[in-house]
Design a protein around this ligand. Structure first.
Ligand code: ADP
Ligand code: ZN
Length: 436
C-alpha cells in the first residue's frame, strides 16, 4: 500500500521524465495501431517523432466524443480481441455509446489507479465498503470493485437500485464506507427516514462519491444526514472510468493519477492551451493504455488545474471540482448558464434543499425561457403564500444578480421531485413546449 502513496509523491522531475517516456510510447503505439490516429496525424502533418517532449503535445490534434462515436464499436482499439479481456461502454443517452476495451494490463493499471484514489480518500483495509454504483457496462461498479479489492478492503458488491434492501444489508453487514453517486446517497438517506430510521445510526464513516457533480450544499447535506465524511472522485469512460482523480484528506481538489493520464486545460472555443490555475475544458492523454489509447481527449468537463502544492505531501497535480460540462451549458436568451451556477445560488438559500430541476422551454433550438424548480427543506416548508413568495423572490433576485437573467422560480414540496439511483437529471424539457 505504501507503494501507491509513493507513486503520488515522486518528485516532479521524475514524474515529468516518466510522462515524457510514456507519451512518446503512446503516440507511437497509437499511430502504428489505430488508423484513425495515423490519419489524423497525417492531416496535421506530423509523425510520432515530432512529439519528443511533453511540451510537444500541443502539436497533436484533439480527439472528441464524436470521433469515438463515429468509430463505434471498435475503430479506436489498438489491441486485438486476443488481448482485450473486458468491454465497458458509456451510457450513450445522446447517441451511439462509446465502447472501451481493456487488456489485462489495462485492468491491472485501472485497479491500481482506483486503489490509489480510495486510499487517498481514507479507505482502510479493515473497512466494509458497499458499492452502490451499477455493475454492468457502466464503468462505476466494476471500476471501484477491483480497486477496492486491490487495496484490501472488504467489498460488498451491491450494485444500484433496491434501496430498502441496500439499507438492510448496510446495517446487517456493518458497512462503514459507501460508494455511489452523491444523489443516490441523499436518496438513500431519505428512504431510511421514511422507514423511520436515522441515517446517522447506520455507522457510515466515509463516502466516496463520483459520476456527477456534487455541490457544497449536497456534500454538507450528505455529511449531516449520514454523519459521515464525504469525498469526491472523478473519472470518465473514455479515459478509463473512475480512478482518473480523487480527493486526499485535504479535500481541496482532486489529485490526478498523472503517471497514467496527462492533463491539459484548454479554452473550449479556441482550443488554445491555458496556463495552470485558469479554468477551461480538461483534456487527457492516456500514458499507459493498451486497449484504447487516447490522445488529447476533450472531456467537455470544465475545471482548472491547481498549481499550488498540496499540504498532504503528494506531488501529483490536483484538478478543481467540475463546474460544468460544455454539453450541459444552456444558452437562455443569449446568456450562458451552467446548472452548477444555479445550484451554487440555491446553496446559499437555507430554506431550499439540493433537489432541483431546470425546466427548459424551447422554441426550435432556442431556449426561450427556463424555470427553476427547487424543493423546500422539511424545516423550510410552509404553505403560507406570502412566505413562499418571499423565498421565490429572494432566489429570483440572486439569480438575476449572478446570471443577469430573470428566471421564474417555483418552490416544490419536500420529496416531490423524482429521485435517482444513479446520476441525477437536472435539465428537463418542458412537456408543453415539446407538444407544441
Ligand atoms: P456519461 O455521463 O457521459 O454517460 P460516464 O459515465 O463516463 O459518461 O461519466 C463521466 C462524466 O461524469 C464525466 O465526464 C463528468 O462530466 C461526470 N463526472 C464524473 N465524476 C465527476 C465528479 N466527481 N464531479 C463532477 N462530474 C463528474
Ligand atoms: Zn493532497
Amino acid at each position: 500500500m505504501g507503494m501507491w502513496k509513493g507513486l503520488d509523491c515522486i518528485s516532479r522531475d521524475n514524474l515529468g521524465q516518466i510522462q515524457g517516456i510514456r507519451l512518446r510510447e503512446t503516440v507511437k503505439y497509437a499511430y502504428e495501431n489505430v488508423p484513425f490516429y495515423r490519419h489524423k496525424m497525417g492531416e496535421a502533418g506530423i509523425v510520432p517523432e515530432d512529439i519528443a517532449t511533453l511540451e510537444d503535445i500541443i502539436k497533436l490534434p484533439f480527439t472528441t466524443k464524436e470521433d469515438m462515436r463515429s468509430n463505434y464499436p471498435y475503430g479506436m482499439f489498438a489491441a486485438s480481441m486476443e488481448e482485450i479481456i473486458r468491454l465497458h461502454a458509456s451510457t450513450g443517452t445522446t447517441g451511439r455509446p462509446v465502447v472501451m476495451g481493456y487488456t489485462r494490463r489495462d485492468l491491472e493499471n485501472w485497479s491500481e489507479q482506483v486503489a490509489r484514489i480510495c486510499m487517498m480518500a481514507g479507505v482502510k483495509t479493515s473497512d466494509i465498503v458497499q458499492i452502490s454504483f451499477g455493475y454492468g457496462l457502466f464503468t462505476g461498479g466494476f471500476g471501484l470493485h477491483y480497486g477496492l479489492e486491490k487495496l484490501g478492503a472488504t467489498v460488498v458488491p451491491f450494485s444500484s437500485g433496491n434501496t430498502e434492501r441496500q439499507l438492510t444489508l448496510m446495517r446487517d453487514f456493518q458497512t462503514n464506507v459507501l460508494v455511489s453517486t452523491p444523489s443516490f446517497a441523499l436518496y438513500m438517506a431519505e428512504v431510511a427516514e421514511t422507514l423511520g430510521l436515522e441515517p446517522a445510526g447506520y455507522g457510515l464513516r466515509l463516502g466516496l462519491f463520483g459520476g456527477e457533480p456534487c455541490s457544497d450544499l449536497m456534500r454538507q447535506e450528505i455529511e449531516k444526514k449520514w454523519g459521515m465524511k464525504a469525498t469526491l472522485n472523478y473519472g470518465l469512460t473514455e479515459i478509463v472510468g473512475p480512478g482518473v482523480s480523487g480527493e486526499c484528506e485535504c479535500r481541496s481538489g482532486m489529485h490526478i493519477c498523472e503517471d497514467h493520464f496527462f492533463p491539459e486545460i484548454i479554452d473550449p472555443e479556441s482550443g488554445q492551451k491555458l496556463p495552470p490555475g485558469e479554468e477551461g475544458e480538461i483534456v487527457f492523454t492516456s500514458l499507459t493504455k493498451e486497449g484504447v489509447p487516447v490522445l488529447r481527449y476533450r472531456t467537455r468537463d470544465i475545471t482548472a488545474l491547481l498549481p499550488e502544492e498540496c499540504p498532504c505531501g503528494r506531488t501529483t497535480q490536483r484538478m478543481d471540482y467540475i463546474t460544468g460540462r460544455t454539453d450541459d451549458m444552456l444558452i437562455v436568451r443569449g446568456v450562458n448558464v451552467f446548472p452548477s451556477q444555479v445550484e451554487e445560488i440555491l446553496g446559499q438559500v437555507k430554506e431550499v434543499s439540493p433537489h432541483y430541476r431546470l425546466v427548459v422551454h424551447r422554441e426550435k433550438d432556442y431556449i426561450k425561457d427556463m424555470e427553476v424548480h427547487v424543493e423546500l427543506t422539511p424545516e423550510g416548508f410552509t404553505d403560507s403564500f406570502p412566505e413562499i413568495q418571499k423565498i421565490e423572490d429572494k432566489i429570483t433576485s440572486r439569480l438575476k444578480t449572478v446570471l443577469s437573467l430573470n428566471l421564474k422560480v417555483r418552490l416544490m414540496e419536500p420529496k416531490s421531485l423524482e429521485r435517482s439511483t444513479g446520476k441525477a437529471q437536472r435539465i428537463v424539457e418542458n412537456e408543453e413546449a415539446v407538444a407544441e
